[in-house]
Design a protein around this ligand. Structure first.
Ligand SMILES: NC(=O)c1ccc[n+]([C@@H]2O[C@H](COP(=O)([O-])OP(=O)(O)OC[C@H]3O[C@@H](n4cnc5c(N)ncnc54)[C@H](O)[C@@H]3O)[C@@H](O)[C@H]2O)c1
Length: 322
């Protein structure tokens, strides 16, 4: 049995950002409806440098397991923070169907979730998005906002990094003069390592939306607690976010219960309320769901099955596992 291996470049060329938003929307909807399933993510700590995550999901006759890292100090060593592999299998036979670069799948689906949440929760008529943190996943988020027709204002602790990403993304991408300029946008997306809060007390304006993408594990935070509590909070999935997301501290302290927080999928199905007024602040707490990975892996493998000669797949290798 031979299995295709999709490198990062294949994933990025095969799934355009705008298509990724629609694929990820379907993933949130299918999961909220109970059609796609997702056992809890397992963390394997590797102190002091980072951790590994095993993330399974099943749906649309397929199952995935993403084995992926978060090693925040890696860029200083010339290595990516996030890396690993996604295994895609057929649930009718159990056969392995593809191996997919996990870093690229993560970036595509994380950018898509940040943008989907903003599109769902931001005020009608909201303008540009300030993107804070322009690493691998911040860049993917900025790219996805642009693909959906929204201008971005980029800020990174490393000014050179923000300039580099703006130059690469081209028209519609501007570099913020300072953090305040990025945070003043109608929509803010934060994708930092979460070592210190980006959104301090009083930084969110009435009506503003923030997609908080960086705090996806214990001890990380991008927003001060009172600031978070000033917003209508929508998480990606309660069980995961209440243990490992921005809301974990507040849940542990008894300041937030399940009934205080909506899930994005249920907002999309109409079962739960998202934004309730034009002046409400909204915050999306993302920890990253395996169903999002399934959506992107399916999109890559499906496109390859339909058109293996497409230029996106130039150089795809196949491994023979027999
Ligand atoms: N929610 C999700 O689904 C999801 C998915 C992938 C990654 N993440 C998390 O997102 C974070 C970023 O991941 P990455 O792969 O993009 O990392 P990265 O190392 O590639 O990029 C991080 C960027 O943030 C910048 N930065 C650091 N502190 C900052 C600050 N205070 N203000 C502004 N910029 C700052 C760095 O200079 C760097 O450019 C990590 O915590 C990661 O675990 C979450």
């Amino acid at each position: 049995m031979s299995v295709p291996v999709f490198a990062a470049r294949h994933v990025l060329a095969a799934v355009e950002p705008a298509a990724a938003v629609e694929a990820v929307r379907e993933a949130f909807l299918e999961h909220a409806r109970g059609a796609w399933t997702m056992p809890p993510k397992v963390y394997v700590d590797a102190p002091p440098d980072g951790d590994f995550r095993a993330m399974p999901a099943a749906g649309s006759n397929h199952a995935v397991l993403k084995w992926v890292t978060s090693f925040p100090g890696n860029p200083a060593r010339g290595l990516p923070t996030v890396s690993g592999v996604v295994l895609l299998s057929d649930t009718r036979t159990g056969a392995l169907r593809a191996l997919v670069d996990a870093g690229a799948v993560t970036a595509v689906r994380t950018g898509a979730a940040a943008v989907l949440a903003a599109a769902t929760l931001a005020r009608a008529g909201a303008g540009a998005a300030g993107v804070v943190g322009c690493g691998v996943n911040g860049r993917a988020t900025a790219r996805t906002f642009l693909a959906r027709g929204r201008e971005v204002v980029l800020y990174d602790a490393s000014a050179g990094r923000a300039r580099e990403v703006a130059a690469e993304l081209g028209e519609g991408a501007a570099v913020a003069t300072d953090l305040g300029q990025a945070l003043a946008c109608d929509i803010v997306a934060t994708i930092t390592p979460g070592r210190e809060p980006v959104l301090r007390a009083g930084s969110l304006r009435p009506g503003q939306h923030a997609s908080l993408m960086g705090a996806d594990g214990p001890g990380k935070t991008e927003i001060e607690l009172d600031e978070l509590l000033s917003a209508r909070i929508v998480c990606d999935e309660w069980t995961q976010a209440s243990h490992n997301g921005e809301i974990a501290r507040a849940v542990e302290a008894g300041l937030l219960a399940r009934s205080d927080v909506a899930e994005l999928g249920r907002v999309l199905t109409g079962e739960e309320e998202g934004r309730r007024s034009d002046t409400e602040r909204t915050a999306f707490d993302s920890t990253g769901l395996a169903v999002q990975d399934l959506a992107v892996a399916l999109a890559v493998a499906g496109r390859y099955a339909a058109d293996p000669a497409h230029p996106a797949f130039a150089g795809v290798g196949e491994v023979d596992l027999d």
